[in-house]
Design a protein around this ligand. Structure first.
Ligand SMILES: [Fe+2]
Ligand SMILES: [Fe+2]
Length: 283
């Protein structure tokens, strides 16, 4: 396989999100579809790479590298515009731009009267995808996330692909608790590396705890949709996940026919950003 294909099996990052949407349709009655058989090959290949390469070692190394926040310095709105440079092979007629997805999510949250920090969380939640602009492989940017350092749950999509993950051969890492203890709390758990964990590192000094949990775990479908890994979570995690669950439908189901008007919305969001952030922050 060429280097290019190895790092980019997906034509666009949206292919993964579209796949989640078919796995968790808004209308449950659509669930009769045979999920694994209707799946695109590119998406399957993406999950294969993700599950084989996300090791405890990889996630720790990436976290350490990006926690330095020495990539660049920019404001939140600037980052939204910067992320829009992420042009891939998606269909421009049907796919939303990155900034449109962010605004659609935040606008749906605003329309339902949720707190201002949550509206802002809608705007921020995917900004960690800038990792893709710095040549990180797709499998290290998107995909469902999961804890590392203990047994991979069967509730993760395509669990069979973990057979070739090196951690799966390490007796210390393949038990139910692995390197952790019962209900140790997700604060102490290393998650698979991607845009969620990275964005959490970028904003952790600025947003309230509920927002940080949404940002850090919004792709953790094994926990917030499948109820896996409760043996690692403490009471506080469960409280925090109420917000992650509240947020998820806005992320998945807010795609409206009319894309939001970026120019018109900008003043409202500039003011909201100013409430929580300095002019620029480190990335
Ligand atoms: Fe995301
Ligand atoms: Fe999203």
């Amino acid at each position: 396989m060429s280097h290019e294909l190895k790092n980019k099996p997906l034509g666009s990052l949206d292919e993964w999100e579209d796949d989640i949407l078919s796995r968790y349709p808004e209308d449950e009655r659509e669930n009769f579809r045979d999920y694994e058989n209707t799946q695109r090959e590119s998406v399957k290949e993406f999950y294969r790479l993700n599950h084989e390469n996300q090791t405890l070692d990889y996630a720790r190394t990436q976290r350490e590298k990006f926690a330095k926040l020495d990539k660049r310095e920019m404001g939140i709105w600037e980052a939204c515009e910067y992320l829009n440079n992420l042009v891939d092979d998606s269909d421009p007629d049907t796919d939303l731009s990155q900034i449109e997805h962010l605004l659609q999510t935040s606008e749906a949250i605003r329309a339902d009267g949720h707190p201002r920090w949550m509206v802002l969380t809608g705007l921020l939640h995917d900004l960690g995808k800038t990792l893709c602009l710095w040549d990180e492989p797709q499998w290290g940017v998107v995909g469902d996330t999961f804890p590392l350092g203990c047994k991979f749950s069967d509730k993760i999509v395509f669990p069979e692909f973990f057979a070739k993950n090196p951690d799966n051969d390490n007796p210390e890492l393949k038990t139910e608790y692995g390197i952790y203890s019962a209900h140790c709390g997700l604060d102490n758990v290393t998650m698979s590396w991607g845009h969620d964990e990275y964005m959490y590192l970028v904003v952790k000094d600025y947003m309230p705890e509920e927002a940080l949990n949404i940002i850090r775990f919004h792709s953790c479908y094994p926990i917030h949709r499948e109820g896996a890994y409760y043996h690692l979570m403490n009471e506080h995690d469960h409280k925090m996940f109420e917000w992650v669950k509240k947020f998820n439908p806005y992320d998945l189901y807010s795609k409206a026919d009319n894309p939001p008007n970026v120019k018109e919305l900008k003043p409202y969001y500039m003011e909201l950003i100013d409430e929580f952030f300095p002019k620029t922050i480190k990335w």
